[in-house]
Design a protein around this ligand. Structure first.
Ligand code: GRF
Length: 193
């Protein structure tokens, strides 16, 4: 990762598809004195993503690409990110799978947060599967993105205990709270802060 000198913050793009609570949280973090990142733009794969409302309210540049044609949209996104001199991408609830070509162009510079203890429970419906399998623990993971789904090198992980009466909903809530702590910490970690 490019060195952070403490003067110019790393120009960052956040990719979302839905609620955007991680985006909001990263935005808050980016405004803190010890954040190495500055959020330049939010890219959404869904024009109805709730996170866009927040972006507009805070006047953060935002663009929607609905990936009807993945290749064409990726080319447009790459162009845009280059124009904005983006050096780091944080996926935050982004539900599209980026192509190998895209990932290579930002090799080692795309992060993702996933609501499980990777490498366990890659993919979707994590909490349902965790509960169904009667796991005692779950958690969340921030990792680099490579061309295999939820498989890149792990940066930080937080483990939490599952209680007897846990439901996918209560677990999601508990884990999301931890995600909001974990993602900023993972960003600090990659910049040795
Ligand atoms: C989070 O649980 C994240 O781990 C997963 O999708 C969810 C997104 O939530 N990838 P939000 O849109 O950030 O609120």
């Amino acid at each position: 990762m490019e060195k952070f000198h403490g003067l110019n913050k790393i120009k960052t793009a956040i990719f979302i598809s839905g609620k955007g609570s991680n985006f909001k949280n990263l935005y808050k973090f980016s405004k803190s004195k010890n954040s190495p990142v500055e959020i330049i733009v939010v890219i959404s794969s869904n024009k109805k993503a709730k996170g866009l409302i927040f972006a507009k309210r805070k006047r953060i540049k935002n663009k929607t690409f609905e990936f009807r044609n993945n290749l064409q949209d990726e080319i447009k996104i790459l162009d845009y990110l280059e124009k904005k001199k983006i050096k780091l991408i944080c996926l935050a609830g982004f539900m599209k799978i980026l192509s190998k070509n895209f990932i290579q162009k930002f090799s080692g510079k795309i992060l993702n947060i996933h609501p499980s203890l990777l490498p366990k429970y890659k993919g979707i419906n994590t909490h349902e599967r965790v509960i169904k399998n009667k796991e005692n623990f779950s958690g969340c993971t921030v990792h680099y993105v490579n061309s295999k789904l939820d498989s890149g090198r792990i940066i930080l992980q937080k483990k939490i205990k599952i209680i007897k009466k846990e439901t996918p909903q209560t677990l999601a809530k508990k884990i999301l709270k931890e995600e909001h702590i974990l993602y900023p910490n993972a960003i600090k970690k990659i910049f040795n802060l």
